[in-house]
Design a protein around this ligand. Structure first.
Ligand code: PLP
Length: 392
């Protein structure tokens, strides 16, 4: 029973929420219920990569809305097949499993790695190596895969079968070949862990070591995917080819969809009955995904995003040299972290309250900036002017 004097919120209090209520969005802007307009450089945490209510997705989803919402994966879903083709044609992957979120996509990756370990590698207890400071989700298996104590605290017993190695660490490569795991799972920019980009030389060595030792390379592209880092998928920056990669956030422009993409030799261990999802890749979500992928791959979205990123990076680097409160800027493309003096949340609050600029944190001392890929030059100028004020 709750204390009678306090009002019990009907929604569980798993989030510390900002004290504003957003009711409308278009492009890079959102409006709250008081009519205040904000420049939204959070993109729903790397989800609304094409901005809010992007026209091509809106149009496709509106048309689908009058036709069929859901029918079960027991039936063929042509738009899901088209989306799978869109993903495999534009990546190193061969087949796709659809689900509804990032955690579920990583669950699917973890399951396929274990099945591959049993069926192909003939291991009794396949091990998956992940990295310190990583973030892979909040379900039991994915929080067990996550290399952060604070995410795991209070949830023991964890799912067994994970070990964590230091990220970007030379010795980890040595340990990897000694431990003989079935798979490694990692992000190429650790997003929630503080916007830490992978060392290009290290990831190439890690990939080579995986090949040499028959270890599956699994990349969590849930935050980095769909153009966020300047390429459709972040792995493309490093001339590596993951055996498995996972997607969610940016894939549906805000509609809930997740995907696990695998090369054929891995994908084939998932046979009928081994995995499933009621909603995964249903006609509505797949339509949003297909329209999003088409927009990114058939237009100059990435080119424009990279132009915006160049301007933002050079201006932020200038801010770093001017403002003693900012220690460094890091990340890749439009997944950007500012390492600040003091509490990052204080700057985030100041940006929102005084500059109507929405940004978020990634850990206690990192301000995270996630502009939509479609942000315009004039919005970028506004952003820089606002940041100059926030750190004055
Ligand atoms: C957000 C995120 C997840 C979890 O996605 P959900 O949709 O919240 O389950 C997993 N991995 C990474 C890298 C993420 O950024």
């Amino acid at each position: 029973m709750s204390n009678q004097t306090e009002i019990l919120q009907p929604v569980m209090q798993t989030y510390g929420r900002f004290p504003i209520t957003l009711v409308e969005g278009k492009g890079s802007y959102v409006w709250d219920d008081q009519g205040t307009k904000y420049l939204d450089y959070t993109s729903g945490i790397a989800t609304c990569n094409l901005g809010h209510v992007p026209e091509p997705v809106e149009k496709a989803v509106s048309e689908q809305l009058t036709k069929l919402w859901h029918c079960s994966n027991l039936f063929h879903i042509p738009v899901q097949e088209q989306l799978a083709k869109g993903l495999t044609d534009n990546s190193c992957g061969d087949q796709v499993f659809f689900c509804n979120s990032g955690a579920e996509a990583n669950e699917a990756a973890i399951k396929i790695a274990k099945k591959y370990g049993h069926d192909v590698l003939k291991q009794d207890n396949p091990l998956i190596i992940t990295f310190q400071n990583s973030f892979h989700g909040r379900t039991m298996a994915t929080l067990s895969a996550t290399g952060q104590q604070k995410i795991q605290d209070g949830f023991a017993p964890l799912t067994p079968g994970f070990e964590y190695l230091p990220y970007n660490d030379q010795e980890a490569l040595q340990q990897l070949s000694e431990r003989k795991p079935a798979a490694v799972l990692l992000e190429l920019v650790q997003g929630e862990g503080g916007v830490i980009p992978v060392d290009p030389d290290w990831i190439k060595k890690l990939s080579a070591s995986c090949k040499e030792n028959n270890i599956l390379l699994m990349v969590d592209e849930i935050q980095t995917g769909i153009g966020r880092t300047g390429k459709l998928f972040a792995y493309e920056h490093y001339q590596i080819e993951p055996d498995v990669f996972t997607l969610a956030k940016g894939l549906g422009s805000g509609f809930a969809i997740g995907a696990m993409v695998a090369k054929e030799h891995v994908a084939k261990v998932f046979t009928p009955g081994t995995h499933g999802s009621t909603f995964g890749g249903n006609p509505m979500a797949a339509t949003a995904g297909l329209a999003t992928i088409k927009q990114v791959t058939e237009n100059d979205v990435l080119e424009k995003a990279n132009e915006a990123a160049d301007i933002i990076w050079s201006n932020l680097e200038e801010l770093v040299s001017k403002k003693s409160e900012i220690k460094s800027v890091r990340g890749q493309g439009l997944l950007i972290g500012l390492e600040v003096e003091g509490n990052a949340i204080d700057y985030v609050n100041k940006a929102r309250e005084e500059q109507q600029l929405l940004i978020v944190v990634a850990g206690p001392s990192i301000v995270r900036i996630l502009p939509p890929l479609t942000t315009t030059k004039s919005e970028v100028e506004q952003f820089i002017a606002k940041m100059d004020q926030v750190f004055s």
